[in-house]
Design a protein around this ligand. Structure first.
Ligand SMILES: *Cc1c(COP(=O)(O)O)cnc(C)c1O
Length: 400
């Protein structure tokens, strides 16, 4: 048995099968390329599900992690640590939401958002003498917010709920991009609305600007907390550091993860000073904002906010979208190309999985989003030449 086969065989024997896994074992990467244990090279349009913002083996990121590992890996939040404070300051000063809470994942960031929204409402808007009357949250159909009980309950897709009932009570789902459907769900028990500015997992579906503006107005009119889940679409992916800046609509809470750490597990929940009301003991996690992960995230944010980075990213996104559109013109299998920046989806008339497998065989890693959509979320450092390299393989995968 060769090495690759041995790893996969042991994996199937000892690891719980919670992912359907492709039959390759990845070993290392450089820039926007990856190699497997057979020495085969891939161009990466998936970035570990929109995570590896700076690609692989990024000099400054590796240095920062190495230096921090030598100094202090972890010290708990009973004491301050400099990388965590520095990252909080950087995130706060780059946008409108000034109070930062660190988590370990997107799911955890959303859990924190649920708790903050409920606490805020319990302090300000409950009925006289009756605490916790305003606890309901409106989410969207086809959304994805994570798999813990709170975030799973927010996730508006029944296939993820099946077998795990009962969920958190008081969650309802509006129709994405249909403002009236959301307005109809608001009751005196509603405390918050949560939305992905671009729905990721269910197929790269962008919200319209009007929809997000309308949600902002509904939230203002009814004293609701507006939460944007930017776990996938935030951190530079749309050409602005925060996705809400791309749409020009500021929520009360933003949740982040994926690209934030550039490959280390970190999430964040940013709140406005008005909504922020966590006090010691309300919410916490042992690892949250530890110096190792925040030192890595600091390098990501500094790279993205360097002078020309996001401008060039918008150019590359435009190039990718136009190239995909010209592939679509000659390919009856493609019905739509959508998304913004370096977060694009190609809707197919056929299931995405076989196209993804064929692309992998040819040396291109892409990921499906929903049944019929192929998702393009490459490292943010990808070059136009690398985009062309990958798209040549994508076009080949479609024709074969
Ligand atoms: C991936 C994702 C999550 C969950 O993040 P994890 O880090 O996997 O817990 C939540 N929301 C959105 C929009 C996501 O794409």
């Amino acid at each position: 048995m060769d090495k690759t086969e041995k790893i996969i065989t042991s994996g199937k024997k000892y690891a719980q099968e919670t992912y359907k896994q492709f039959p390759i074992v990845l070993s290392h990467g450089e820039g926007s390329h990856l190699w497997d244990t057979e020495g085969k090279r891939y161009i990466d349009f998936g970035a570990g599900i929109a995570v590896n913002a700076l690609g692989y083996n990024h000099t400054k990121q590796v240095e920062a992690i190495t230096e921090q590992a030598k100094k202090l890996l972890h010290c708990s939040n009973l004491y301050w640590n400099e990388p965590s404070v520095k990252l909080a300051e950087t995130l706060a000063t780059q946008g409108d939401l000034k109070k930062v809470y660190f988590a370990n994942s997107g799911t955890e960031a959303n859990e924190a958002a649920i708790k903050l929204a409920r606490k805020y409402s319990s302090l300000h808007y409950n009925k006289e003498g009756k605490p916790y009357t305003r606890t309901h949250i409106i989410s969207m159909q086809n959304s994805f917010h994570g798999r813990s009980y709170g975030s799973l309950s927010l996730t508006g897709q029944e296939k993820y709920h099946k077998g795990f009932y009962p969920l958190l009570p008081g969650i309802s789902y509006g129709e994405f991009n249909n403002l009236d459907s959301v307005a109809d769900l608001i009751t005196e028990d509603t405390c918050a609305i949560i939305v992905e500015p671009i729905q990721g997992e269910s197929g790269i579906r962008p919200a319209t600007k009007e929809f997000l503006q309308g949600l902002r107005k509904l939230a203002d009119d009814h004293n609701l907390v507006l939460i944007f889940d930017e776990v996938q679409c935030g951190i530079g992916r749309l050409g602005t550091l925060f996705a809400y800046q791309h749409f020009g609509v500021t929520p009360d809470i933003v949740t982040l993860a994926k690209g934030l750490g550039g490959g280390v597990p970190i999430g964040a929940m940013l709140a406005s000073e008005r909504v922020n009301c966590f006090a010691p003991g309300d919410h916490a996690g042992t690892y949250c904002g530890n110096p190792l992960v925040t030192a890595s995230a600091q390098v990501v944010i500094e790279a993205l906010t360097e002078q020309h980075f996001l401008g060039e990213l918008k150019e590359k996104g435009k190039f990718l979208k136009e190239s995909l559109q010209s592939i679509a013109e000659g390919c009856p299998l493609i019905t739509e190309v959508r998304g913004a920046g370096l977060m694009l989806g190609v809707e197919l008339t056929v299931p995405a999985a076989p196209v993804v497998s064929k692309a992998m065989e040819l040396g291109l890693l892409i990921i499906p989003a929903g049944e019929h959509v192929v998702r393009f979320v490459p490292p943010l450092v990808i070059t136009k030449a690398e985009i062309t390299e990958g798209l040549t393989l994508f076009a080949q995968a479609l024709t074969s």
